[in-house]
Every structure is written in structure tokens, then in C-alpha cells.
Design a protein around this ligand. Sequence first.
Ligand code: SF4
Length: 376
Amino acid sequence: MRSPDDVRHVYIDKSLNDGLLANSIRQRLAGGDVTIEVVDNYREVLDHYQKQGQLLEKDSLLIYPFPGRFVSSCPGSDGMVCCQYFVINFGVGCLYDCHYCYLQNFMNHPLMTLFGNLEDMFAEVDRKIKGKKFHFRIGTGEYTDSLALEPITGLSRILVEHFADIDNATLELKTKSCNVDSLLDARHNGHTVMAWSVNPPSVIDEVEDDTASLDERLEAAVKVQKAGYKLAFHLDPLIYYDNWESEYHELIDRICDTVDTNRIAWISIGSFRYSPGQKEVMQSRFAEDNLTKEEMIQGPDGKYRYFKTIRQKMYGSVREKIMSRDPRLFHYLCMETRSSWQNVYGFVPDSARNLDALFDERRHFVDSALAGDPAQ
Ligand code: SF4
């Protein structure tokens, strides 16, 4: 597993040198041998790394002011059922190297970046969310892993404590790491869901390079459960291979045997997919992979997926297994067609709001389970 200790160099744009994030990083790296360099113009650093033109050692991090919008709706996909999820973009680039990651398709340099103008980010979050008659689910792991760098940045801890004061939002931190220690005593107020993307150990070994093992992820889930957080799991991307069925069933058993299922706010189920152009990048970087050898079909959103018979067989099997462990668990299909919903679940959420009501129902259930838990 790669660790945040692999980061050797942090660049901070001088406009952010006294900001919340820069101070948090300085505090966490104090006394160590990581170089912290304040730069006059972050664009020069970005240019330098972009000119390298290929993925090399991921040992550098740049903190710069993001000029754009931080909060957006999950891009969803044309023709797919959407679940009204929102994302906060807090940086781009990841310490890990999953073979299926879509970042490879548009990032050709190793520099990881975080947006350090947190005051702007929180002002936008508050404007967008506070006072609205809607419960937002909002996550940070779209262009990076939410916790991969947490031990050296403290960024997610700052977010958790900000969301602790927002009653109509649930923050989701999605990760393939086990970096939770610095969040255990954060003031979360029950408003954060700690989520793990999971796959069977054989898949993690093959295609999720540098990430935490399944054991490490589940140990971390137990720690945050003890600290009163809600949990979520993403069985996404499901990978189709010879032993997929038995290994995904074992995975679900491992999760349900390890954590309290009453704490699981949601489980998403989705299959491996990629955008045009990504297959060629994957083949050039991971020539031995079986991932790109399976025949795929292009959907209405332009993405390639397994044939629908394969996808629906996998979804149905995984869904039944989850239900056999705890029929009250809430699970849903991510970026799937109406016909997959109909064939797997026997209904199609008639609108994003309809699906949202199911999230709300489960949230109330988990809240009551937490309220009745004497350990809390
Ligand atoms: S953890 Fe997520 S963001 Fe990081 S490489 Fe894997 S898929 Fe990409």
C-alpha cells in the first residue's frame, strides 16, 4: 500500500500560505523531512509537471486556489437512473493507481493537487445547502480518494467538522485507504458517512494497485463505527471473472460479519465501465490485464459496459446475497439503465426524488439505530 509518507514535496501557492489547509499541513508535517515550498505562481508548478507527460512517482502535492465552482451535481450519465448526489471537488489526482480509474484518461502527470481556498469552498457549500428543504448527500471522492492523503492534510477532518453544523446534509467520504485515525475524535454530529469502495481480495491484488487490503479497509470501518460514524460500501466496479459469484458473496459475508449492518446507510452496486479512449490508455499501461479483454457494449451515455445479461446476472446475485444477510439493508444501482432496475429490482425509481425518499427512509432508520445504541 502507498502511504501519505510517500509524499516528499508539498508546494503551497503563496496566496494560501496562511490559510486553514496550509496551516493544517504544516502542523502535520512539522519536524519531518518533507519539503514545503511556498511558490509565487502555482501555474509554473502545474506546467512543469504537465510537461513531464507521463505518470511517474506520485511524490508531490500542490495546494492552489481553485477559481471554479466547488459544488456540482454528480455528472450522472445520459439514459441512466440518477440518484441526486452532489460532489465537492476538493482536488484532482490520487495516490493510488487502480487500473480501471478514469483519472488516467485525462491526467497524464503525477502531481496531486488540492484546492486550498477553503473559505471560498465553504461559502459556496453553505449558499448551496443551508436552509433548503432537501437533504443533500454530498461526497468528495470524484477526482481523488477522500482519505488517501488525510494524515498529512487534515482536509477531510475540516470538512467533517464543517458539516457537523449543517442539519440538512450528509457528507460522504469515500476511500480505498485505511486512513481514519485522525478522524476518530472529530466532531461529526452524525452527519458524515464513511464509505469504502470494496472488491474481493483477488481483484484488489490484481487491479487496485497501492490501495489498502480488504482486511485493512474493514478494520478501519470498525474503528469509525466505534467512533459513531455511519458507514457505506460501494460494490463498484463489480468485475466479471471466473469466480466472481463466490468471491463477491464471500465479500458481502465479510462485510456483514465485521460491521453492524444497522450502521450501513447505503450500499451501491455498479459494474466496470469506461469512457471512449480509456481502454487504449489502460491497455498501454496494464498490458497483462484481463479487464479490457472482456467484450463490452457502448451505452446511451457513450460508456462501455458488460453486456446487459452479464450485468443483470451480477446485480441480481449480489442483491440476493445482500438481502439474505439483512433484508433491511438499503442498496441501489449506480449509473444503470431503467431496464436494469426493472429486471433486477422489479421497479424503476420514477424520478430521482423517488430514489431520494428511499435514502431518507434508511437515514432515519440508521439514526434511530444509533440513538438506541448504548455504546454511543
Ligand atoms: S482510489 Fe479512486 S481515484 Fe484513486 S486511483 Fe483508485 S479509482 Fe482512481
